[in-house]
Design a protein. Sequence first.
Length: 189
Amino acid sequence: MSAPNKNRGAEEDPIRHHTYDGIQEYDKRLPNWWLFTLYGAIVFSIVYWMYYHLSGVGTSGHELLARDMAAVQEARLANSMGTLGDAELWAMSKDEKFVAAGRESYSVNCVACHLASLRGKEESPTAIGPSLLDGEWIHGGTPSEIRAVIANGVLAKGMPAWGPVLGDRKVIELVAFVMSHHEGPAGGN
Ligand code: HEC
């Protein structure tokens, strides 16, 4: 082994046994601050991973974003409730969030007359309401027309007006639920 440069730290740090292009290395211990940063980062990453991903306790950025987007959608919906057109209502009928909410209020308010199957009279002669599954609509089959029937009812025929009882929001969810059983607007979607 050729004589190393003895000037720098050679007393405490041994020389490594290899030589690359005539260059030798001290076998220097990594400084504590460096090791502390490394081990700290490893511990942090494990804790982070367990907190946000493994346990589901922490709210990840992804979930925060989803929550904020839902709030934005909610606010938009509240603003546009009066002006929702057929296209928006069809879109909602393909959004499980609205459909699920509609399914729930349907099971509370509508099954008595339209039955859980939505087939009403078609399934059982003792049911009062007509089928909401067949493509035949007494009062028109666009989502806006369905919405109007649900909201205003057909009192003379025994269909209650649900607008005043449930409010706009729930009526729209019910439209989404009913229309989720039907094909989108004519001409595809
Ligand atoms: C008390 C019985 C009753 C209840 C409860 C009831 N409906 Fe009806 N519904 C009827 C009847 C009867 C008709 C038919 C009206 C007519 O002949 O014009 C009808 C018609 C409808 C129509 C129009 C069907 C068409 O062919 O145009 C829709 C949509 C509808 N109901 C949805 C609902 C929803 C949603 C609920 C729950 C929030 C509900 N109904 C609760 C009795 C009921």
